[in-house]
Design a protein around this ligand. Structure first.
Ligand code: ACO
Length: 410
């Protein structure tokens, strides 16, 4: 009686076979208590709380606490957590020279991969990945330092002086301050922009076993240093099929506008199986219904349009093209039949544009939000006594055994 359970590991040991599942279309790589996702129904929950409620009610730091600890904090717990993050936002001063070693025009994602990885050289000997306390230490450090690293990567790429964190500000306001403050003129953070950014960070905070999170788990499964592990996650996120899509959306809209060709040409290309061109910001591996994050952020995007936030005429043109694409894709048989809805990156790209965030910082902001998800998943894995080093198998399709041929005989 009761549900029948199959121990896949012992099946493999006894029968010696394993599954072949390219792209992990139907293979779970772990158990997790962090994020629940139902792609068919369009449901996303962090620790059981619906994303819609968290986006509306919670702050990014409160969501970080929830993801890391499993429960929403009470007032005292939140205060202590915020204080812990605030007091760790500075970088070791030597790291400044590390930034200076990059090419001036380096993409901020490239700089971030390097700098976050380099943090492992500061925090290694005294960090035990098997100690919950040390893991939380690393988690707080990463969440706290990421905005500083992100903003400094941008400032360096523009040849602008670094701005130190101002710990009287909120997490999101502090990031905007480090991005946009100038020594000559005081910068006041726009509260609407602060709120929009905080909400976007909440929406990006975790998304179970996506490519970058799976990278983090695989890299961490060898008991590697957490800062090096998160650098691996940032590298995976950078690709245009994943977090790089928000930047690619704007590049695509620009290409469409500059080409002078009708949008239908691009739609036809996206449908052509021989053409590698895809509509950036459309489709999702698991959401075969509308991405609930896209639903929330779409509302913000349309509010910004209604409030005339896009005053820059170039941005306005990009926005018009985006809205035309959205309409076509929601009606076109090809996109409808394949459930290729606009995803969260489609709208976040447009919102960042309206907020005046530079294009090469779009994916960086995704990384900023996702850091807590990566580190929560890593912490969960390291705390599980049953976890193992990740070691996928392969189906070998190469040559049969053959003898070495001396070079003069080839
Ligand atoms: N434009 C045109 N056609 C598409 C698109 C697209 N954006 N996405 C998928 N398709 C088509 C495929 O050609 C395929 O068609 P077929 O059935 O005729 O062969 C079908 O839809 C299924 O596509 P797959 O590639 O099998 O879907 P997969 O789940 O592997 O890919 C992915 C998901 C990578 C997100 C894909 O939709 C894509 O490349 N989208 C554009 C990039 C993007 O926006 N990425 C962000 C993802 S969300 C995130 O990271 C937060």
């Amino acid at each position: 009686s009761g549900p029948m359970t199959v121990d896949v590991r012992s099946l493999y040991k006894e029968l010696g076979y394993f599954t072949y599942d390219p792209g992990f279309m139907s293979t779970a790589s772990c158990e997790s208590k962090i994020t629940y996702l139902d792609g068919d129904k369009g449901i996303l929950e962090y620790r059981g709380y619906p994303i819609e409620q968290l986006a509306e009610e919670s702050s990014f730091l409160e969501t970080c606490y929830l993801l890391l600890n499993g429960e929403l904090p009470n007032e005292k717990e939140l205060e202590e957590f915020e204080e812990s993050i605030r007091t760790r936002s500075m970088l070791q001063e030597q790291l400044k020279t590390f930034f200076l070693g990059f090419r001036r025009d380096a993409h901020p994602m490239a700089t971030m991969v390097g700098v976050v990885g380099a943090l492992s050289s500061f925090y290694h000997e005294d960090e035990d990945v098997h100690s919950q306390e040390d893991r939380m230490d690393a988690a707080h450090r990463l969440i706290a330092k990421m905005p500083t690293i992100a903003a400094w990567s941008y400032r360096y790429s523009k040849g602008m002086p670094f701005v130190y964190p101002k710990n009287s500000l909120s997490y999101s306001a502090n990031f905007l301050h480090m991005m946009f403050s100038m020594p000559s003129e005081p910068y006041t953070v726009d509260p609407l922009m602060e709120k929009a950014l905080d909400m976007i960070l909440v929406l990006h905070a975790d998304h179970e076993q996506n490519a970058s999170t799976s990278t983090v788990r695989l890299a961490g499964s060898s008991e590697a240093n957490p800062f090096a592990v998160i650098a691996a996650g940032i590298a995976s996120l950078w690709g245009p099929s994943h977090g790089g899509a928000n930047e690619a959306v704007i590049q695509m809209l620009t290409e469409i506008n500059e080409s002078g060709k009708p949008i239908s040409d691009f739609i036809d290309r996206a449908k052509d199986p021989k053409d590698r061109f895809r509509l950036m910001g459309f489709g999702h591996r698991v959401y075969k219904n509308y991405d609930p994050r896209a639903k929330i952020i779409r509302k913000t995007c349309h509010e910004m349009i209604a409030e005339n936030t896009f005053s820059n005429p170039e941005h306005k043109k990009l926005l018009e093209t985006a809205m035309e694409l959205e309409k076509i894709a929601l009606e076109d048989e090809y996109f409808v039949s394949r459930n290729l809805y606009p995803n969260v990156d489609f709208y976040s790209g447009i919102i960042f544009l309206g907020m005046g965030i530079p294009l090469n910082m779009f994916t960086v902001l995704f990384a900023l939000g996702r850091t807590v998800g990566w580190i929560s998943q890593w912490n969960e894995m390291m705390g599980d006594p049953g976890s193992k080093i990740g070691r996928p198998r392969q189906l070998y399709t190469g040559e049969d055994k053959r003898d070495y041929v001396k070079i003069d005989k080839r």
